[in-house]
Design a protein around this ligand. Structure first.
Ligand code: PXP
Length: 238
């Protein structure tokens, strides 16, 4: 089964914001990423808009042709934005305002009522819903019970332990995927996945529907470009 690749473009916006102008041009990058074969585009607008701005989300909604996935904590402003855009999928993430990046999945049992309400709101607009969770079958079971279409497995610990013991690193993800498949809830995954660790994850997790990858994919792309670009500069400067 093919797993869809959704490219997270937060880092492109971070780079652009660092100079206060429009380079790189996020819309152009997104169009090119789709041209190069991405199955989807992911953005994660945060309340402080330090990378993706709310206005970027609106601009991109007019040009994204593949699956558009918007991630974030369903605070009022976020819900208003996604209900206006109507993307393919909304992934609910419990990110705190000051977090550098997402650092945990939802406790779907503790926040059950809150998440249930948000999921119903999104589903009534026809938006596919996903809940970001740690690899814990209890969290997955409750995500299923409150009506989420999918879970997104938080893959930080897999990526972290992969280099020392990949069998150990995958084991709780394997159990979690087994539970998800038994219940019939879809499986997405993301965080710290890269060219080195993605293959083993795909091999072990059956019915992996989608991965969203940002940080490593952008870094790997930079590296693949350096040789070519430096030789172009050298050719002009010789
Ligand atoms: N999934 C979620 C919920 C995230 O917050 C992020 C990072 O924005 C990702 C996936 C992608 O992680 P990475 O940038 O490490 O590929």
């Amino acid at each position: 089964m093919k797993t869809k690749l959704s490219v997270n473009v937060n880092k492109i916006a971070t780079l652009r914001n660092s100079r206060g102008q429009n380079m790189p041009n996020l819309s152009k990058v997104v169009q090119d990423i789709e041209k190069f074969g991405s199955d989807g585009i992911t953005i994660h607008p945060r309340p402080d808009e330090r990378h993706i701005k709310y206005s970027d989300a609106l601009d991109l909604s007019k040009i994204v042709k593949s699956e558009f996935n918007i991630e974030g904590n369903p605070i009022e402003r976020f819900m208003k934005l996604v209900l206006e855009i109507n993307p393919t999928q909304v992934t609910l993430v419990p990110d705190g305002v000051n977090n550098i990046t997402s650092n945990s999945g939802w406790d779907t049992i503790r926040h059950s009522d809150f998440l249930y309400k948000k999921i119903q709101e999104l589903k009534s607009s026809g938006i596919r819903t996903s809940i970001f969770v740690n690899p814990d079958p209890k969290m997955i079971k409750r995500a299923f019970e409150i009506g989420a279409d999918r879970i997104e497995l938080y893959t930080y610990s897999y990526a972290h332990y992969f280099r020392t013991d990949k069998e150990k690193a995958i084991s709780e993800y394997y159990q979690s995927a087994k539970e998800a498949n038994k219940l019939g809830i879809g499986i997405n995954a993301g965080h710290d996945l890269n060219l080195e660790n993605i293959g083993f994850f795909k091999e072990k997790i059956s019915n992996l529907l989608e991965v969203s990858i940002g940080h490593a994919l952008i870094t790997e792309s930079l590296y693949n470009g350096f040789e070519n670009i430096i030789s172009k500069y050298k050719a002009i400067l010789k």
